[in-house]
Design a protein around this ligand. Structure first.
Ligand code: PLP
Length: 236
């Protein structure tokens, strides 16, 4: 029984490691296919709902950037993984009463929807830490249920966030409505990418575009960071 359990764990571990390497290979392939310089798209492994042991395994295979959606869950895993040099990204919806914990315990935040949350994060970022890396979440699917600011607000919010002393504005994040068709997957990313280029904001270097279901389309349209959960850690 013990041996049987041991073999099962071993197989699960192998699966995670081969999925991770598979995703990295898909990223490199998409870079080549869409004329993106090799290595310009970074992998963020989204570990929400998965145990610290799964993160440890991916870490041992070389992965360093991990994304979490829920504050308490992330803090518990950070405690268990204190010895690992992990770069932690917060990618979930942000309630005002969570900004302090996010400012204290993360290196990046991708899901900032308005200037009020950005200001709180700046005020609450501890002095002994470097400025918090921040992406503004933009709603590019025009669905009232989806979170993120309207594209028309982006320029003004960027200008204000650039004034915040404890924030380093890095770019934009988007979660388009799910879409099967490759050409249609590309459209919202292109719209946002073009809008950011037109703003002429040279400080922005991050396009947090793409998940398990649309990473090729996102890379085709300028993604510099894909947020991948299911394709690495399995379904949730
Ligand atoms: C869960 C999540 C992901 C990962 O989604 P997968 O489809 O599992 O790859 C990426 N980004 C955000 C904001 C998420 O909440």
């Amino acid at each position: 029984m013990l041996l049987f359990g041991g073999i099962l764990f071993y197989l699960n571990d192998m699966t995670l490691i081969s999925r991770l390497s598979n995703v990295l290979q898909q990223i490199r392939q998409a870079e080549a296919d869409f004329n993106r310089p090799s290595g310009t798209v970074q992998l963020l492994a989204v570990s929400k709902t998965k145990p610290a042991s799964a993160i440890a395994l991916a870490y041992q295979a070389g992965q360093r950037h991990f994304g979490e959606n829920y504050c308490q869950e992330a803090l518990a895993k950070q405690q268990q993984l204190g010895a690992y040099a992990i770069c932690w990204h917060f990618i979930g919806p942000i309630q005002s009463n969570k900004t302090k914990l996010i400012a204290q315990h993360f290196d990046w935040v991708h899901s900032v929807e308005n200037i009020k949350i950005a200001k709180r994060l700046s005020e609450q970022r501890p002095d002994h830490l470097p400025p918090l890396n921040l992406c503004l979440q933009v709603n590019i699917s025009d669905e009232t249920s989806k979170s993120g600011m309207a594209l028309g607000e982006l320029d003004e919010v960027c200008r204000q966030v650039l004034q915040l002393p404890r924030i380093k504005l890095r770019g934009v994040m988007a979660i388009p409505a799910p879409e099967q068709d490759f050409a249609r997957q590309r459209l919202p990313y292109r719209r946002l990418y073009d809008a950011v280029q037109q703003m002429g904001e040279g400080a922005l270097d991050t396009f947090s575009f793409g998940m398990s279901g649309d990473l090729q389309a996102a890379i085709a349209e300028g993604s510099t960071l894909v947020r991948i959960g299911t394709a690495i850690f399995g379904s949730r």
